[in-house]
Design a protein around this ligand. Structure first.
Ligand SMILES: Cc1cc2nc3c(=O)[nH]c(=O)nc-3n(C[C@H](O)[C@H](O)[C@H](O)COP(=O)(O)OP(=O)(O)OC[C@H]3O[C@@H](n4cnc5c(N)ncnc54)[C@H](O)[C@@H]3O)c2cc1C
Length: 458
């Protein structure tokens, strides 16, 4: 079951280099030239709708706005040259058949050409909701409606308040988190490819974080890789909580497939990392079953996933957020309009609806948000776009747990719209065998990925 971009997406690719060379696509030449300094006081014009973030949520909003209204003036602002998909990327670390970097990296030229929106390749550095402007490293743009889908940021400072900026940079570099699209996945894959015998340590974020099953799927895929390459060592998972997403399904799979490989440490608090000595210190509190511990252990590869928080773009917009350390954007009831400003919408991992922070949810939300904005621009109330019946399987999240044979587990969430926020109720099904994992679910995972990427890019 080999998979490459052609198999997965059946799409022709306009080269990444073409986008990277101009830094933008679909822009006027006046917009292409970057300002000499950040912002630079340069005014780049005004757009009906500006979307910040060309990830799962942002691209979906852009694509669907244009599908509904070909002539709409939409600008997507994205800081990266290329799109890197996080979903399913753990199979790249596991070196599953056909899973290579090309399976996960896409250029923006294709959706821009197909749908006809504009794209500015630049980093947003400020938002003025009063003036209705967004300032980027290339200049300032005005908007009538603003959509935020900027994803997450790492909160090293909150989790490790005594660490210096230099230490944070060193740990981030040498123990890549690989939760945000970009080169961290490549760095982690390189470290695994070059590793000697020894232990791989995975630390799980505390609080709300992107794709809650991802650290545990990653443990499974790294264990599969070490088995395949005959690398001696353990995969040690340090989790600040006792349980986690799809807990029973992962535990069953780990017991059956990786009993001698994966060591799960619940209630573990990371105390320190010495990136030069390659050691990590953690503590566990006393429980009914175990005494408190303080340990310092060596690692060969460390995947330190720090706590997550909303991307700083949310703070730039001065929106009302949740009181927790993540600071999710508070929404206007069961809608994707923010509670703070009728002209500002949000989708993706930053929204405070009680639905899982996943690519699938971001795409679903992006479609709802585009419908809301389309209705508004047509002079209709946004509530017309809201369905009052529960949405079956609004989120389906797969995790690959086995290789040779490939086996996966899954959770589905039904979304309900009747309360003050949109809520998701999860269900982890068992296969006909009585086990949680199955080959059929692994195939469904591959099919899901092909479908969702085709939806964004084909
Ligand atoms: C390892 C892993 C596995 C996962 N597996 C799954 C899975 O199996 N299924 C699933 O559904 N989901 C999965 N996810 C979750 C999924 O990737 C996210 O939930 C999804 O990407 C959220 O979409 P988003 O639009 O909110 O953010 P993103 O997709 O991260 O998009 C945000 C975009 O905003 C851009 N941006 C940020 N700041 C700025 C700025 N200042 N200026 C300009 N641009 C900016 C970023 O560059 C980025 O392109 C996984 C995640 C990880 C890390």
């Amino acid at each position: 079951m080999n998979m490459n971009r052609r198999d997965a997406m059946k799409m022709g690719a306009l080269g990444v280099a073409a986008v990277a060379a101009t830094g933008m696509s679909g822009c006027t030449s006046a917009e292409v030239k970057p300002a000499a300094s950040a912002g630079g006081g340069k005014v780049l014009g005004k757009h009906k709708v500006i979307i910040i973030g060309g990830g799962f949520g942002g691209l979906t909003v852009a694509n669907n706005l244009m599908k509904k209204n070909k002539g709409l003036d939409v600008l997507v602002i994205e800081k990266n040259d290329t799109f890197m998909a996080c979903p399913v990327s753990n199979t790249y670390l596991g070196k599953l058949e056909g899973m290579n970097l090309g399976t996960f990296v896409f250029d923006y030229a294709q959706p821009v050409e197909k749908h006809g929106y504009k794209m500015l390749k630049s980093e947003v550095v400020a938002i003025d909701r009063g003036a209705k402007t967004v300032t980027t490293a290339a200049g300032t743009v005005g908007y009538e409606i603003l959509v935020l889908s900027p994803g997450i940021a790492y909160d090293y400072e909150g989790q490790f308040p005594t660490w210096s900026k230099e230490k944070i940079a060193k740990v981030a570099r040498s123990a890549p988190a690989a939760l945000i699209p970009g080169s961290e996945h490549v760095a982690l894959e390189r470290q695994l490819a070059n590793m000697e015998d020894g232990d791989v340590i995975i630390t799980v974020p505390n609080g709300k974080f992107r794709c809650p099953p991802a650290p545990f799927e990653r443990a499974s895929m790294i264990a599969a890789y070490m088995n395949k390459e005959d690398i001696r060592g353990k995969v040690i998972v340090l989790n600040p909580k006792s349980k986690f997403a799809k807990f029973g399904a992962f535990m069953e799979s780990w017991k059956d497939l990786y009993a001698d490989r994966i060591v799960y440490v619940p209630n573990a608090k990371i105390e320190d990392v010495d990136a030069n000595a390659k050691t990590i210190s953690y503590s566990t509190a006393a429980t009914d079953m175990d005494d408190a511990t303080n340990k310092t252990i060596n690692y060969e590869v460390l995947n330190l996933m720090p706590n997550n928080k909303a991307n700083p773009v949310v703070q730039m917009a001065s929106l009302k957020t949740s009181d927790d350390s993540f600071h999710k954007v508070l929404m206007n009831g069961c809608s994707f309009q923010t509670a703070t400003d009728n002209d500002v919408y949000a989708v993706g991992d930053v929204v405070a609806h009680a639905i899982p922070p996943s690519g699938q949810t971001a795409v679903w939300a992006g479609k709802q948000c585009a419908a809301e904005i389309t209705a508004r621009l047509a002079g209709k109330s946004h509530t017309l776009a809201v369905k009052l019946t529960p949405v079956k399987a609004g989120n389906v999240c797969y995790s690959m747990v086995g290789d040779k044979p490939e086996e996966g587990i899954m959770v589905t969430h039904d979304f309900s719209w009747t309360g003050k926020v949109i809520k998701g109720k999860g269900h982890v099904p068992k296969a006909a065998s009585g086990k949680f994992r199955s080959k059929g679910t692994a195939k469904a995972l591959r099919d899901w990925y092909s479908g969702i990427m085709a939806d964004l890019f084909a």
